[in-house]
Design a protein around this ligand. Structure first.
Ligand SMILES: [Fe+2]
Length: 325
């Protein structure tokens, strides 16, 4: 019979990192029981990419998912979710007809407090979010659902500081590198096996009007070719194992494509993982209302050595659903 890991005695580790974008359309198209609206189909290449990534993560033993979401915005420092249990209805402010999701989330408060403590030691401004009625942002919920629709693992959520808007992208890079190093140190101290999730798209120029049928895939494509070229540049660096070069390019990439990398998630994750030199596994690329999205994972070989019985797949109605609208 499995026993609880000795969390205070064993050195923890980051066992994988994922670029895990959060368009609410993906949850809408999956038709899970938690979401009220029903779809016919849609965005299959991205949903199948997530399916592939879930399969991979099901072979990696892990205790917790640590998410940095651009839609939990803070203006002073980084806030860290530290309320043990959060349950409510999340309604997307832009797409309320697509996303009305009942969430029920457990938080690893001990790890949240450890990240906070390490940041305080290093003079990185952080604050614990302990409001039991806190409304979890839809970026966290969509990424969390697409990675683990059963929500049977606790999460820790970090806010995105608006430093790129208040100062500039270079300052964002510097702050996220500090936060990434502190996150790594805290995970090691905690004894946890953690998967990091950078919740964002790549290029982010989107259409400004919606089709009569949101899931009409005959209308879905990148907004323009130059954004596609930029996305491919970034993905090719991921596939080549050139994560440091990719991170160095983030300020230019973000400026040219108004990418969600401005939130710092990818920089934070790559720093915490010490800039992997092995290729990312690119599970798939696709557009959502014209934005570029890649589903990709970095996992050191050693992470795959301890397969677990749990599966994140059951409970999801994946694949095309006909006649359910
Ligand atoms: Fe977003």
């Amino acid at each position: 019979m499995a026993t609880e890991p000795q969390k205070s005695k064993t050195k923890g580790a980051i066992v994988a990192g994922c670029l895990a974008p959060h368009p609410p359309h993906l949850v809408y198209a999956e038709n899970p029981p938690q979401n009220e609206p029903r779809s016919e189909c849609g965005w299959e290449t991205l949903r199948w990419a997530y399916e592939s990534m879930r399969n991979e993560l099901s072979t990696i033993d892990h205790d917790v998912l640590v998410i940095l979401s651009p839609h939990w915005r803070t203006y002073v420092g980084t806030h860290i979710l530290a309320t043990p249990h959060l349950k409510s209805l999340s309604v997307d402010p832009v797409f309320p007809h697509l996303f009305r999701y009942s969430y029920d989330i457990k938080v690893d408060v001990e790890l949240a407090e450890t990240i906070h403590a390490v940041c305080q030691e290093k003079n990185i401004p952080t604050k614990l979010m302990q409001n039991p009625d806190f409304r979890v942002d839809y970026g966290t919920i969509v990424t969390g659902h697409m990675i683990n629709p059963l929500w049977n693992k606790p999460i820790v959520c970090l806010s995105a500081n608006s430093v790129s808007a208040y100062y500039n992208l270079d300052r964002m890079q510097a702050l996220m590198m500090e936060l990434g190093a502190a996150t790594k140190e805290a995970i090691e101290k905690s004894g946890r096996k953690a998967i990091l999730l950078a919740s964002h798209s790549l290029s982010h120029r989107h259409f400004t009007s919606e089709n009569e049928i949101p899931e009409d895939m005959s209308k879905e494509h990148i907004t323009n070719h130059s954004l596609y070229l930029w996305d491919m540049k970034m993905i090719n660096l991921m596939k080549a194992g050139k994560s440091k070069e990719m991170v160095d390019l983030i300020p230019d990439f973000t400026e040219q494509t108004i990418a969600e990398t401005e939130s710092g998630g990818l920089t934070w994750m790559m720093q915490a993982m010490d800039y992997p030199t092995y290729p990312a596994k690119v599970h798939g690329y696709g557009t959502v209302i014209g934005t570029g999205n890649v589903v990709a994972s970095w996992a050191p070989k050693s992470s795959h050595s301890a397969p677990t019985a749990h599966s994140t797949q059951s409970g999801v109605q994946s694949g095309v659903q006909l006649g359910t609208k």
